[in-house]
Design a protein around this ligand. Structure first.
Ligand code: IMP
Ligand code: MG
Length: 185
């Protein structure tokens, strides 16, 4: 199917659907080992992590409760992590529980630094991060990615949940995007 706007961008495969699926199976095994016998609250960071989350939680052989958050940032002159807020908060209590935040990509780290700080203040037993892609070159905030799918130095990627102006989230692989020429926005 052709779509003119769509066709202006260039997409090059970085991680194929098969590569992603086999890495997620390994990650699932790691997480199962790590939390063996303990109940887990798995938190999906919307929107970008929705496909990764759905695939990863199905690999978990644990007592899992799922929940969702959505973060948004706003313009302010204070520290970067203070410019982030919830546009949707969790509904599950994390008190005394092990929490695994499942995120698409950690870039500067400000989003995850904010979320981990806020969740830790709510009295959980632990808060850890699983990220499909740990994109480390632009890291500014100190964040420990406990379970990382792939490491990537740089570049803008789309697909498998990740978007460029809300496009490409539905694509099955992960692609490096070169925006099309001649676009006005
Ligand atoms: P951070 O606060 O800079 O770590 O921002 C991370 C968020 O930025 C991710 O959850 C994504 O939503 C978005 N992001 C960062 N890099 C990319 C990318 O290469 N493609 C798509 N979204 C990205
Ligand atoms: Mg995101």
């Amino acid at each position: 199917m052709k779509n003119q706007d769509y066709d202006k961008d260039r997409l090059e495969v970085v991680f194929s659907p098969e590569t992603i699926q086999s890495r997620i199976r390994e990650l699932g095994r790691e997480i199962n080992e790590f939390y063996r016998g303990r109940p887990l609250v798995a938190v999906c960071v919307l929107k970008g992590a929705f496909i990764f989350f759905a695939d990863l939680v199905r690999e978990l052989d644990l007592d899992v409760t799922i929940d969702f958050v959505r973060l948004s940032s706003y313009a302010d002159r204070t520290a970067r992590q203070d410019r982030i807020l919830f546009s949707k908060d969790m509904e599950t209590s994390v008190v005394g529980r092990d929490v695994l935040v499942i995120e698409d990509i950690v870039d500067t780290g400000h989003s995850m630094a904010f979320l981990v700080k806020v969740l830790n203040a709510r009295g959980p037993n632990s808060v850890r991060i699983a990220a499909l892609v740990d994109k480390y070159e632009r890291r500014e905030a100190e964040v420990r990615v406990d379970f990382s799918g792939f490491k990537l130095r740089e570049g803008f990627i789309v697909g498998y949940g990740l978007d460029y102006a809300e496009k490409y989230r539905h694509k099955p692989g992960i692609y490096e995007l070169t925006p099309g020429q001649g676009e006005t926005s």
